[in-house]
Design a protein around this ligand. Structure first.
Ligand SMILES: Cc1cc2nc3c(=O)[nH]c(=O)nc-3n(C[C@H](O)[C@H](O)[C@H](O)COP(=O)(O)O)c2cc1C
Length: 196
């Protein structure tokens, strides 16, 4: 059965560039046979965190939260596409992530960062490792760091130039790593129910 992967992206900027990387990843994971869905925080229109999803009495959470909770619970793996604002996380993606907790548990997560600079969002990438780990995901060691983002991917999400070549070279190992852990976690969940 195909692995179901959620690709999560959280920039709300009008001129956002990271959507190129999100679209690239959707296309590449789909080409490998995964069942992929892009979760675009801006398109969903999530509120700023007030109550977490689990703090609403059953059946009363706002519709976007209910729909997203179902998608997160049903996914086999997650890919977080993160830009870097002032050496840190993008608030839109963090806001989306914080609405949930147990819904994320017992699945692998991969981090793909990018930025306008040559470091490819490395500082935000690093911060996400600890956060996703705290939220019950197993963060794979392979990662992607893409920069400068607009030189590495065109508007259609097609790799261009040296940065694009580097991304295309790095992607197969990143995907293989996620695939292996996705399969391992899925088998283990089938074999033995998560302890909590
Ligand atoms: C508020 C803000 C802070 C930024 N800080 C950084 C930074 O610390 N490091 C960096 O490499 N780029 C930084 N940039 C440039 C971003 O990497 C670039 O604008 C990128 O395209 C942002 O992602 P987005 O277009 O998907 O929103 C910053 C951009 C903004 C808007």
């Amino acid at each position: 059965m195909a692995h179901s992967i959620l690709i999560l992206y959280g920039s709300y900027r009008s001129d956002r560039a990271g959507i190129r990387l999100a679209n690239y990843l959707v296309a590449e994971f789909t080409a490998r046979g995964a069942q992929v869905e892009l979760v675009d925080a801006k398109a969903i229109g999530l509120p700023m965190l007030d109550r977490m999803y689990k703090e609403y009495p059953a059946g009363t959470a706002p519709e976007p939260l209910e729909t997203l909770a179902t998608k997160i619970r049903g996914a086999d793996a997650f890919v977080f596409v993160t830009g870097e604002y002032n050496w840190g996380m993008q608030p839109g993606l963090k806001n989306l992530t914080d609405h949930f907790l147990e819904e994320w548990f017992w699945r692998p997560a991969a981090i793909a960062s990018y930025s306008a600079g040559r470091l490819g969002g490395a500082r935000a990438n690093l911060v996400w490792h600890g956060t996703l780990s705290e939220m019950g995901m197993v963060v794979i060691s392979s990662t992607l760091m893409v920069g400068p983002i607009t030189a590495a991917l065109d508007e259609a999400g097609v790799p261009t130039g040296e940065g694009g070549k580097a991304l295309a070279r790095a992607f197969p190992r990143f995907a293989d790593d996620l695939d292996w852990w996705t399969e391992a976690a899925r088998r283990q969940r089938e074999q033995r129910a998560p302890p909590y």
